[in-house]
Design a protein around this ligand. Sequence first.
Ligand SMILES: O=C(CO)[C@H](O)[C@H](O)COP(=O)(O)O
Length: 296
Amino acid sequence: MPAECVTADAVNFMVTHARGQLCMPMTSERLAELEIPMLPSRNTDAAMPTAFTMPVDYAINTSTGISAHDRALTVQALIDPASSPGDFIQPGHLFPLRYQPGGVLVRPGHTEAIIDLCRLAGMYPAGVVCEIMNADGSMARMPDLELFAAKHDLKIFSIAQLIAHRRITETLITRVAEANLPTKYGVARIIGYRGSIDEGEHAALVVGEWKNGDEVMVRVHSECLTGDAFGSLKCDCGEQLDMAMRMIFENGSGALVYLRQEGRGIGLHNKIKAFVRSTGAGPGHYRSQCCAGVPA
Ligand SMILES: O=C(CO)[C@H](O)[C@H](O)COP(=O)(O)O
């Protein structure tokens, strides 16, 4: 639920019917303003740990901090621009969670989903989330959730749907610069793009022209410094890049999209570390990196 809609009745509904842990995703900027620190973490799921902060209670006109009235006041105060760090008791009973900039496109978690939804709705970027438990204490899964939603007149959607919506409706790159680029195959147009999520400097080489509806020859190439520039025999990236450019120029039109995500996103240094673990030459460096446990 968007934080700006939270009332004591809404908190009471969540703790009575959903019965999970009430948490409040917030931006890191707001957490910093209110001087709410992160909790230390240990033995968490390394791939996607929840970003728990110190739980807080609003200190004014509250008592235990746990009643629906008190927790609703805490939520409201956390988004009130007039609140200051001294207005909150640490530790308290409501867990703020820290949002990852870029939202579900960077981290597909509940924390990011609620704030992305608030932003899409033009609301303050903070919300309240609560897991749903069945009456017997087990966690509710989709068949249970469908019954729950029907009973309480709620809508269900998935984070995958939210990701798909954002990918369709948002422009995730900005065109920054372009020029003609003479290459050994001919003259292409090089266009530089800035990624709005990763801030990366990506590029496209464009040859010839086309119109809407035409089939266009396209190569999407992931940056590989070792293969593209140094002629590494650990992979065939350089050969693929070369072949793609030759084919596009022979075709007379097409585009090569060059993504600055070295080693499919693991970075140059991790790739070099993976080279130590993998032996010999030849393609398959991706498999050797992934199997070596390098985060990709
Ligand atoms: O532990 C939690 C709060 O009790 C949940 O994981 C919470 O919903 C945060 O989710 P995510 O890690 O997917 O952002």
